[in-house]
Write a protein of this length. Structure first.
Length: 550
């Protein structure tokens, strides 16, 4: 099985058709939470300024339809699933339908359940799964997970503080502020990969227990009793004229005490009783607990921020991957969004597979991985590689033409504009390509993408849009072959003089999908700016690093 790979498509079919049984060491999934919100990705120009270009990344709503009904039957009928679904899950899903009816929440439970069955199948016996959710549906998802993984394999409900405290009381809010997400941690068996992680001590703890400071070195330390309640070996002797209190014995042999003395590890009380120095900088820290308040969200000014909705901080994924996998292990993220789990896996020397159903996410991930690690090529499967596949993408569903637009824009290096939440509002623009000119000027190429029947009027419209937007050029990307009249209409637009390249370029160009798949690219200026916000280069990471004191 190929790894370090992006898959474009529905994770259910990709899991079933391409991911073998018991092949994955760690699964992290951050699926939509059924929040009934539409999430936009925000593009920034090369100066870092927020652009007007926003496009919907995904719509976090779930509805009951024929496909959900089919999945419900699969989950609840042993005849349909041939025993591939745990019987407790089938009973649970059937009972929940009686309670929730065919609501959006029930659709969400069904669609998550059928995928979690497959995720359990591909997980190794020593593997772990972290399901990232919020209180909207975490209670239902935990029941589903118990039914698939068995209750005894539930390990933790981790609470991650995802934002600072806020108060909307003045705006009439009559409930507590919602500032946390939930991560449900399950293992497939009673033996799983676990690498202990420690977090810093808080200031109050250090000031209370490590209050002593060594004058010579400035090192903080605490003192420990050197006596024990039971004898063992050479533990009954006099040390510098003192013995342990009545009924106690030395905890260490005379030889060890002499070594402690040579190493300067002993301090003495007023009564002459020796005590052992434990230095703060030699302690591992606090073992990782199930409430994480030390990993801030991706702020608006953070270097790692890509403008992607629901983007999680890299430190969160590094913690999960470092604790529950080893170098060389395979990490799978079936809802990988902008690819934070994949970046963390690559940094920590794990193999990875990322899956997403929107081509916009795939394009963001591909650009992020290239920028972060200096990769020339990020392998991808599922995207069209030939004309028939492109046609199937355009006709796949009601949203197929938008996915086709995202994909077509990526072929020419354009930032997509509009989307299915912008119907009738894209003003004739499906994408924008930016490029620099001398004296800090920036010019644009307007991209129009068509997946159906094309006519000369569409070229005239593109010419009008280019003039209206004061753009340098226009690019017409079409799935169908253009007519002679369309080509003639494009040639009458004249040329744009590239000042930087000192060359004339056709002001309006027509390029077919067949041309692009054959690497026959349009004539473009020499320097094209990135379509997506550039990700920062990776810094070397050996897992979670920390100071012992916050």
């Amino acid at each position: 099985m190929d790894t370090n790979l992006l898959w474009y498509g529905d994770n259910l079919s990709i899991l079933r058709d391409h991911i073998p049984d018991e092949s994955v060491d760690l699964i992290y999934l951050d699926p939509p939470f059924n929040s009934n919100r539409a999430y936009n990705i925000i593009f920034k120009d090369e100066t870092g300024r927020q652009s007007d270009a926003q496009i919907m990344a995904f719509d976090d709503t779930w509805g009951w339809g024929d496909r959900t009904e089919e999945h419900f039957r699969y989950l609840t009928s042993t005849l349909a699933n041939a025993g591939r679904v745990p019987e407790p899950l089938g009973r649970l899903v059937g009972a929940l339908r009686g309670f929730l009816q065919t609501t959006e929440m029930m659709a969400y439970v069904v669609e998550m359940s059928v995928r979690l069955v497959e995720l359990h199948r591909v997980l190794k016996p020593t593997g772990s799964l972290y399901l990232h959710c919020d209180p909207t549906a975490s209670h239902y998802l935990k029941l589903v997970m118990d039914s698939i993984f068995e209750p005894e394999h539930f390990r933790s409900e981790i609470v991650w503080k995802r934002s600072s405290a806020h108060s909307d009381t003045k705006q009439g809010r009559a409930i507590h502020g919602h500032i946390h997400d939930v991560l449900l941690f399950y293992t497939k068996s009673d033996e799983w990969t676990w690498n202990p992680i420690y977090t810093p001590y808080d200031r109050e703890y250090v000031d209370t227990f490590y209050r002593h400071i060594e004058p010579e070195t400035g090192r903080r330390f605490r003192v420990d009793n050197l006596s024990a309640s039971k004898p063992g070996g050479d533990t009954s002797y006099e040390w510098h004229g003192v013995r342990p209190y009545k009924g106690r014995f030395w905890a260490y042999s005379r030889a060890n005490m002499e070594r402690f003395e040579r190493e300067g590890r002993l301090v003495y009380s007023k009564s002459g009783m020796p005590q052992y120095k434990r230095y703060l900088d030699e302690m591992p820290g606090v073992p990782l607990q199930d409430v994480w308040t030390d990993l801030p969200p991706v702020s608006s000014g953070a270097q790692e921020r890509l403008g992607y909705p629901t983007q999680k901080p890299l430190s969160l994924l590094e913690r999960i991957i470092a604790s529950s996998s080893n170098p060389g292990d395979l990490v799978l993220d079936p809802f990988c969004g902008c690819g934070t789990a994949l970046v963390a896996a690559q940094k920590l020397d794990r193999r990875w597979i990322g899956i997403d159903v929107t081509y916009l996410s795939i394009a963001v991930m591909e650009a992020r991985l290239r920028d972060t690690f200096g990769l020339e090529h990020v392998p991808m499967k599922g995207a069209p590689t030939e004309l028939e596949g492109a046609k199937r993408l355009a006709e796949a569903s009601a949203d197929g033409r938008y996915e086709f637009q995202f994909w077509a824009c990526s072929l020419v290096g354009a930032s997509p504009v509009g989307g299915k939440n912008k119907k009738g509002m894209d003003r004739g623009i499906d994408g924008v390509i930016s490029f620099p000119e001398p004296q800090g000027e920036r010019a644009q190429i307007i991209v129009s993408v068509k997946s159906g029947h094309v006519t000369p009027d569409m070229i005239r419209v593109l010419k009008t849009v280019v003039d209206r937007e004061q753009a340098a050029m226009g690019l017409f990307v079409t799935l169908a072959e253009p007519t002679r009249e369309m080509v003639l209409e494009a040639t009458t637009a004249g040329f744009y003089r590239s000042k930087l390249a000192d060359v004339d370029l056709p002001k309006i160009q027509i390029v077919t999908i067949a041309d692009l798949l054959a690497q026959r690219m349009p004539k473009m200026p020499p320097l094209i700016l990135p379509a997506y916000q550039k990700a920062a280069k990776a810094k070397e990471s050996g897992g979670e690093q920390m100071d012992l004191l916050n």
